[in-house]
Design a protein around this ligand. Structure first.
Ligand code: DX5
Ligand code: ZN
Length: 214
């Protein structure tokens, strides 16, 4: 069954513990880290991940939208991330490989993320060692944006690469996911759905999570 990972970007940061509790029916918790350089927005960093870890046993799926992420892998791992995603556009291939190696050394699951501009084939050098590929279906930086339909092609292409080289690898989709778009991305091959506004904007987040799973 498809996994649902609510994004706390849409939570009330003054009531984070309460808002994490509100999505406890979900499979994973998606944590968006932004540095104001790789993306225009600034969100949260290592100390907040550490605090979240101290208050929940949920699987922490940490999406690093930061330049040169290899610099911070060990810190996020020690703070309690279960999985880290680094963007392929955020550094040279050799440094992306370093970041993945450091994840392995620290017992964290490994993922790479693709901006909408990036071709599915960019995952090929890494695919055999990955636990997950994250395909963005909006331009990273903000919640509440419109789903980019043309990314369905990229999702299908990544699905074909995963099936060929590493069938156990998860395929996560992030941006503009709501029940209608969820159905399309699952048909295209997604196994993990990130949802911020569709979960936290709902009167009943648990029902919204169930609606995404169908
Ligand atoms: C955007 C973030 C997303 C965001 C999704 O850069 O990576 O995780 O929170 O928000 P929605 O589901 O509202 O598009
Ligand atoms: Zn995200």
């Amino acid at each position: 069954m498809v996994k649902v990972a609510p994004s706390i970007l849409s939570a009330d940061f003054c009531n984070l513990e309460r808002d994490i509790e509100r999505v406890s029916a979900a499979d994973w918790l998606h944590v968006d880290v932004m540095d104001g350089a790789f993306v225009p927005n600034i969100t949260i960093g290592v100390p907040v991940v550490q605090s979240i870890r101290n208050h929940t046993d949920m699987f922490l799926d940490v999406h690093l939208m930061i330049d040169k992420p290899a610099r911070y892998i060990e810190q996020f791992a020690k703070a309690g991330a279960d999985l880290l995603s680094v963007h392929l556009e955020a550094d040279h291939p050799a440094r992306i490989a370093d970041a993945l190696r450091t994840m392995g050394d620290n017992g964290v699951k490994k993922a790479v993320a693709l901006r909408p501009i990036t071709a599915a084939s960019a995952v090929l050098p890494y695919i055999e060692q990955l636990d997950m590929v994250l395909v963005m279906t909006v331009e990273p930086g903000f919640g509440g944006q419109k789903f980019m339909e043309q990314q369905l092609d990229t999702i299908r292409q990544v699905r074909a690469i995963i099936d060929k080289y590493n069938p156990a690898c998860e395929l996560e989709v992030d941006g503009g996911i709501a029940p209608g778009t969820a159905e399309k991305v699952v048909q295209a091959g997604a196994t993990v759905l990130v949802a911020g506004s569709a979960v936290y904007g709902a009167a009943d987040p648990a029902a919204a999570i169930a609606a995404l799973r169908r």
